[in-house]
Ligand binder design. Structure first.
Ligand code: GAL
Length: 685
């Protein structure tokens, strides 16, 4: 449970550095991330090195006992490199070059850029790889930010053809898999295949999908080149990369295979404004962030790397500058989001940024300090948090060597798959059938029932797991391995919930055979005969299982015409359409459900399958976690016992009285009446 900060010494006079480092240490910050945008300062001209400033700041930070997370600076190629090699610039789908003048102006497929990315990474690693204060690395910065995963450059086209050849072997096989017979799209040679750009109308779906898969692989291989250099020159230091929110343009599981720590850039208020929430939700949560947005990402990224290591590399410390509207977070939220991250097993929360800059693109983005060097609200909360962590660690007798808190074995597994996300983006069939929204709504419904959730990849071993409920929120394509696992789970009578469109597509983004749910036909015991996407305004009331609707629930956006084989209707609409069908313990949902309706469904299923849950008031969230507690006998550390904790956070404006269900719980932080924007932690026996 450590605190960190993102620092840009190059943006401030040298005379500030010493004092900055001192203040960070006094505030309880232990880690400082530096240099991800500093290429042109490190190497002002090709092969001319300017290390003096970086040597100096690293020494200053180290002298205060601060640990450094050093970055490869490849997110900002310098102007001299761009001028010498304009071919490194990314090209958008309309063929326009994205020029120098901001950041991320490179193409992942550019061979020339790759050479320079390896060269600068090697130079930084050679210089600091063995430095005592350098404790971890970050590769680049936010792969894909500003829509930069895909680039339609010449190098990308060449690499795409090689990728296709490796995948399909012969062009005949490609023609068959892509169904190029349609609209005369066949190719005679791989060299004829272009990236999918600028066609008259919709481009072949599998062409788009393979392009996305290829582009994602390019991110992975680009990252791996840097990781190899770091591992060789800086052994035993973990390598990380900072991922973004609701971002699906590359497969994060694939990239994470090569990392030690997955890190998140967490901007709860910015995300609330910029994603699919409706206007009422955006207003309601404007100054605190939607209560499930932070933990959605915590629960996604916590499982990315082996050993479940994850950090927040950037957390918003106040208002940001990049959303449509940028409200100031309510007092307490910076601390609340951070505590909540620790409850989900986060090892380090680092804030973006130390001091707000008075100039350039991000001048309106808050820092822990204001531009005039005074402490901003974020800094006050960080200082408080750092005291509380110490106090908590003492009270809880947490082993300081240990990993801190870990989230408990969750009851629910939510399967998340980037390939299926791409399928949903390419072929939505209804404008508002948004795969990512569906995943988030389902997650949010589960969290509002006080259920802990692991968001996991389809490669996870489900059969050997302890999950009490498995949900497939947007699994458009189901592999044989996954089908196999699910059938074994079903044989154990563990409930499985399948959301609409599961198994509806082959790996080539064609309609499954048998029809949806394709490979899961036997499991779901039904066949989806026809599907209908419903324009806004068309909705039909649902009759839920217990047939005593307190609130009305509706089918909207999407409804399937389902034929039951062995399944039985579970929920129907008032027009007698099947909304949910049940086959033993497997439930198939044949419609888009609103979040509250998912909540009703899950609470019914929890009752039926005896899974403990609780109906939480709006804005209240609970997380369960554990940590080894070391008891000291004299000077000796004795046995370590695993201790359980419960954390309640309050995103709402009303105080809420909470009592853990477990007898003998002891309040360690906050009050039993959890105040607005506050946090309480109990030790539970
Ligand atoms: C992140 C990025 C940072 C900074 C920040 C502002 O996306 O990694 O460099 O731009 O956003 O919120």
């Amino acid at each position: 449970m450590k605190l960190g900060v993102c620092y840009y010494p190059e943006q401030w006079p040298e005379s500030y550095w010493q004092r900055d480092a001192q203040r960070m240490a006094e505030m309880g910050i232990s880690h400082v991330r530096i240099a991800e945008f500093a290429w042109s300062l490190i190497e002002p001209q090709m092969g001319q090195w300017n290390w003096q400033w970086l040597d100096q700041i690293i020494d200053i930070l180290a002298a205060q006992g601060l640990k450094i997370v050093l970055c490869t600076p490849t997110a900002t190629p310098p102007k001299w490199l761009v001028d010498a090699h304009p071919e490194i610039l990314p090209i958008d789908a309309s063929g326009h070059i994205k020029h120098f003048g901001s950041r991320r102006h490179y193409c992942f497929s550019s061979q020339v850029f790759r050479e320079h990315s390896r060269r600068i990474s090697q130079a930084v690693v050679d210089r600091y790889g063995q430095h005592e204060a350098v404790v971890a690395w970050q590769t680049d910065n936010e792969y894909g930010c500003h829509f930069t995963v895909e680039s339609f450059s010449k190098d990308a086209a060449l690499a795409f053809r090689v990728w296709l050849k490796e995948k399909y072997g012969t062009v005949q096989a490609l023609n068959k898999a892509w169904a190029n017979i349609f609209w005369s799209q066949s190719y005679a040679h791989f060299d004829e295949v272009d990236p999918p750009y600028q066609a008259v109308t919709e481009i072949l779906p599998i062409h788009q999908l393979d392009w996305k898969r290829f582009s994602s692989d390019q991110v992975k291989s680009f990252n791996l080149e840097q990781v190899k250099i770091i591992r060789q020159g800086s052994p035993a230091r973990p390598v990380s990369h900072n991922f973004m929110g609701f971002f699906t343009e590359f497969d994060h599981y694939q990239v994470s295979q090569d990392l030690d720590i997955a890190t998140l850039d967490s901007y709860p208020i910015g995300f609330t404004q910029m994603f699919f929430l409706n206007e009422d939700e955006k207003t309601k949560w404007a100054e605190v962030g939607h209560p499930d947005i932070p933990s959605f990402h915590y629960d996604l990224y916590k499982g990315m790397c082996k050993g479940n290591r994850w950090w927040i590399m950037e957390q918003q410390p106040g208002p940001v500058n990049w959303a449509h509207w940028n409200p100031i977070p309510k007092d307490g939220m910076v601390r609340l989001w951070s505590w909540q991250a620790f409850a989900h097993g986060c090892e380090l929360v680092s804030y973006f940024r130390w001091r707000q800059t008075p100039y350039a693109q991000e001048q309106m983005h808050a820092g822990l300090l204001a531009p005039d060097d005074s402490l901003a609200q974020g800094a006050l909360e960080v200082a408080q948090l750092s005291q509380e962590i110490k106090q908590f660690q003492n009270q809880a007798a947490l082993s300081l060597q240990g990993k801190g808190l870990q989230s408990n074995q969750a009851k629910v597994a939510l399967l998340f798959d980037y390939d299926s996300m791409w399928m949903s983006e390419i072929s939505p069939q209804g404008k508002d059938f948004l795969g990512m929204e569906q995943v988030f709504r389902i997650y949010s419904a589960l969290r509002s029932l006080a259920l802990d959730v692991d968001i996991i990849s389809t490669q996870t071993d489900l059969v050997g797991s302890q999950y009490q409920l498995i949900v497939l929120p947007a699994q458009w394509h189901v592999t044989e391995t996954l089908r196999n696992q699910l059938e074994q789970i079903a044989a154990k009578n563990i409930p499985i919930v399948l959301a609409p469109r599961v198994g509806s597509k082959t790996q080539h983004l064609s309609i499954s055979e048998p029809l949806a749910p394709g490979p899961l036909t036997a499991l779901a015991g039904l066949k989806v005969k026809r599907v209908s996407s419903l324009p806004p305004g068309i909705q039909t009331e649902i009759v839920t299982q217990h047939n005593k609707p307190i609130e009305k629930h509706y089918v909207s956006r999407w409804l399937e015409d389902v034929e039951c084989l062995s399944a039985k209707p579970y929920w129907t609409s008032i027009k007698n359409q099947i909304v949910v069908a049940k086959n033993s313990a497997t439930y198939y949902v044949a419609s888009w459900l609103m979040q509250d309706t998912w909540k009703v469904l899950f609470s019914e299923l929890c009752l039926v399958h005896q899974i403990d849950f609780e109906n939480l008031p709006e804005g209240i969230r609970v997380s369960r976690m554990s940590a080894p507690s070391i008891t000291k006998v004299g000077k000796q550390e004795a046995s370590s016992v695993v201790q359980n904790y419960q954390m309640v956070v309050n995103y709402s404006d009303q105080a809420h009285l909470w009592q853990p269900a477990e007898a003998n719980s002891e309040l360690l932080l906050g009050s039993a009446k959890v105040q607005a924007q506050q946090v309480s932690i109990w030790k539970v026996l």
